[in-house]
Structure formats: C-alpha cells, structure tokens
Design a protein around this ligand. Sequence first.
Ligand SMILES: [Zn+2]
Length: 108
Amino acid sequence: MAHPDPRSAAIRDVRRLRWERNTRPMLSSPRCGALTRQGGRCRAPAARGKKRCRMHGGAFGSGAPKGNQNALRHGTDSKAARQEFARIAKIRQALRDEASASRRRRSS
Ligand SMILES: [Zn+2]
C-alpha cells in the first residue's frame, strides 16, 4: 500500500474542505454581475466600494463626480429625495403606531 486510494471518501472530504477554505473568502466577495456578451453574468470581483468590476465601469476614477446633475431628470432617486422619503416614512410609521395605540386604549 504505497498510496492511499485517491477516490476514497476521506481524501475527497479533505480536498473539499481545503477547496472551501481557500475559495470561500474569494467567492463571498461581491461580484460584478454585469451582463456579458455571452449572455451570462460577469463573475469578476467588484471594485472596492463599487458594484461593478474594473472592466465594467467600476474602475477607480471612473463614473460621475459626486453631486453631478448632468443626468438629473426628476431627482426622485437623488440622495436628498431619498433622505426626505425616509423621514416621511418614519413620521407615517410613528402616526400608525400612535393610531393603533389609541385604538387599543379606546377598546379596553
Ligand atoms: Zn464585470
């Protein structure tokens, strides 16, 4: 018995564990996901702080500068608008909570 059987379950398990240990950090990092010309999704790692890889618009220094108004249409997706919507949602939730609390007070 010079070599253990390479097909044995134990060796397969060890190899599987080693493969997972070596690849999990890589595979769990955010991926690009851009549509490729082959119809699939790009699996390259997304650039730091970006949603796309360096080939798909995530390159450092690329993209519009912060606060750029060039593509502004109605501004409902702007940072200020999103903050305003969040503020309104908070107030609406507080009103709903208050209404249900007062209903409970009246019914008891
Ligand atoms: Zn990509």
